[in-house]
Structures are given as structure tokens and as C-alpha cells.
Design a protein around this ligand. Structure first.
Ligand code: GLV
Length: 334
């Protein structure tokens, strides 16, 4: 089959993906957009069967009449779905990369430990040579709420529950849009030795869940329903001095409301990986804020080695007429 690789990639990233994908898909022809245009000019009509995409510039997938699959290299497909020229009716698959999911669980664990044990506060104290012990709290007395119960949310909730935190996971809708893959180690409800994860669903469950959580970790998909969810009202619903961790999308969070909540002490510290504008503008208040720890959208990147195998599985399924994996529900937005 003819495959197209299109995306907002640096030259190094593109080279890494080409290598990994060509190794994983030896029987197929993988083309970059310029190569596809040249091949189409030389060969007449060129049928592209599947497009493998990493946030491609809008319009990249226009004019591909034979397209049968759009495989995202990103877990979140909000930018892809926002392209009005995206071909209608072509199945879209999200990236569900086990290495990326594991990395997300590590980042969430680091942020949770540092918030719960006050390590970000000690880093601030070090700046001013302040030797002062703070009360040491127990993990089993520090409840964590995970927003989102997809691949990432489940893995994070499970990891934190194993670590001894009382964990609840909240999902907006009662029905699961993308049911869990058969991966028992990612099942939050069956969290092993330590307590199970409490699954909460629906808008009405959010208020009480916030009120009883010291840390809230956002792993929701970005949809019209979740955009701006973390606003002044949401933040006011948390106990005073709570920790906020945003690992999903910048647009979930209303920045001015967070800055106000940090100033008032309602939020003690925020860990932010994602922003409304990326890269974060140099003059943004978050950069120098003592109660903000930020990452450059680096909480969990797709790992080309493991993700290429995930892509290959779907391409082979397409080639042999088998069911495709990890499909996006376009109307739900994820
Ligand atoms: C990263 O943010 C992704 O959606 O893959």
C-alpha cells in the first residue's frame, strides 16, 4: 500500500519516524508529501491508502480520494479534528502507545509525590537558604482525583493507587467512548495491592470529588465540553492550597483564573505541561511564577520505536480487512 507521512515535525523527528516506520512496515511504500506529489505527477493518479499524521498543517489531507485510514501519531486528536478540510468518513485512529502511557504515569507520579511531600516548596526554600521542615503527610491521607478515564487516566490512576494514594477517577460521560484495550495492568478498577480506584461519572459527581481531593490531575480529551473546564468555579471547589497538575491540553485551563487562585492561596502549586499557546510566550507569567512548575509539553511523548509497531498493526489490519484499533469517535471528539 502507499502510505503518506505528514506532520508538524522537525527534520530530526521526521528522519526518526521514517526510519522506525519503514522498519516496521517493510512491505509498504511510505512517502513524504513532496514525494507523493512528485510520484503522482510521474505515475498519473497515485492512491494513498493511509495517512500517518502528527498534527499535520490544515489542508494536508485534502485531495486524497482513495484514503482509507488516518493514523495519528499523537494521542490527542483535537488539532487534527479542528481541520475543516479533514476528509469526512475516513476512520481516524489515535495513538495508544504503551511507552507513552508509561511515561505519563511516571510524570503524574513525580508531580504527585512532589506536591504531596512539599518538595516544590523545599525547592523554593532552597532559593532563599531557608532551613525549615514542613509537616510530613502520609500518602494514604492525601486523596488524588484524576480527570479522565481513557488510556492515560486509567494508567495514572492505577499507578498512584499502587503508590498508596486514595485515588478517584472522574469521567464526564457515563458511557465509555473508547473502552479499555485488553491490558489488565492498565485497569484502574483492579488496582493491585493497595486500594482500588473509585470511578466517578457525570457532571454532578465532580463537585463532591473536588471537595475531597488534595491534588487534581487533568488527563481529559479536549472537546467542546471540556474546554475551559478548569476555571475559577472549579478551582474554588478544591480544598484550600490544593495542587493542580495539567497534563492534557492548555485550553482545559483558564489561565487568569489559575493565576488568581495561586495569588489567593486557593491553589498551593500547579504543575503545567500544556499551554494555550505553545511554545509558552517568553513574557508569560507562568515562567517566573514561584508556585508553578512547568514542562515544555514533555510529560509523555510518543516513542517512535514502540509507536511504529502500533501503526504497523493498524496498517496490516487495513491491508487484510481486519478491524482497525483505537478508532476516534468523531462526534465525541476523541
Ligand atoms: C500529546 O500531547 C499527544 O496528544 O500525543
Amino acid at each position: 500500500m502507499n502510505l503518506l507521512l505528514a506532520g508538524d515535525l522537525t527534520a530530526d523527528e521526521q528522519a526518526e519516524w521514517l526510519l522506525a516506520l519503514r522498519q516496521a512496515l517493510p512491505g509498504h511504500r511510505l512517502l513524504l508529501p513532496a514525494e507523493a506529489a512528485t510520484a503522482a505527477a510521474l505515475e498519473g493518479r497515485l492512491q494513498i491508502d493511509a495517512a500517518i499524521v502528527a498534527n499535520p498543517p490544515p489542508g494536508s489531507l485534502r485531495g486524497l480520494p482513495g484514503l482509507r485510514l488516518i493514523q495519528s501519531l499523537w494521542a490527542g486528536v483535537d488539532r487534527l479534528l479542528a481541520d475543516p478540510t479533514l476528509p469526512a468518513g475516513v476512520p481516524i485512529a489515535r495513538m495508544v502507545d504503551p511507552a507513552m502511557t508509561a511515561a505519563m504515569a511516571e510524570t503524574a507520579l513525580w508531580a504527585t509525590l512532589a506536591l504531596h511531600r512539599g518538595f516544590f516548596g523545599y525547592a523554593r526554600q532552597q532559593q532563599s537558604r531557608l532551613w525549615q521542615r514542613q509537616p510530613q503527610r502520609r500518602a494514604d491521607e492525601w486523596p488524588v482525583l484524576v480527570l479522565g478515564h481513557g488510556q492515560m487516566g486509567r494508567a495514572v490512576a492505577h499507578r498512584l493507587a499502587q503508590q498508596g494514594y486514595p485515588v478517584a477517577a472522574w469521567r464526564r460521560g457515563a458511557a465509555q467512548v473508547n473502552p479499555p484495550a485488553a491490558a489488565p495492568e492498565l485497569s484502574a478498577e483492579l488496582s493491585a495491592e493497595r486500594g482500588a480506584v473509585r470511578l466517578l461519572t457525570g457532571a454532578a459527581a465532580l463537585g463532591p470529588a473536588l471537595a475531597s481531593s488534595q491534588i487534581v490531575i487533568n488527563l481529559l480529551p479536549l472537546t467542546p465540553d471540556t474546554r475551559g473546564l478548569i476555571d475559577a468555579h472549579f478551582l474554588a471547589g478544591l480544598p484550600r492550597s490544593a495542587g493542580l497538575v495539567n497534563l492534557a491540553r492548555g485550553a482545559h485551563l483558564v489561565d487568569v483564573d489559575l493565576l488568581a487562585a495561586l495569588a489567593s492561596g486557593q491553589i498551593g502549586h500547579a504543575v503545567l505541561d500544556v499551554f494555550n499557546t505553545e511554545p509558552l510566550p517568553a513574557d508569560h507569567a507562568y515562567w517566573q511564577h514561584p508556585q508553578v512548575t512547568l514542562l515544555p509539553h514533555a510529560a509523555a511523548a510518543t516513542d517512535a520505536r514502540s509507536a511504529a509497531a502500533v501503526v504497523a498493526r493498524n496498517i496490516e489490519a487495513l491491508a487484510t480487512g481486519q478491524p482497525l484499533h483505537d478508532l476516534v469517535a468523531r462526534d465525541a471528539g476523541y
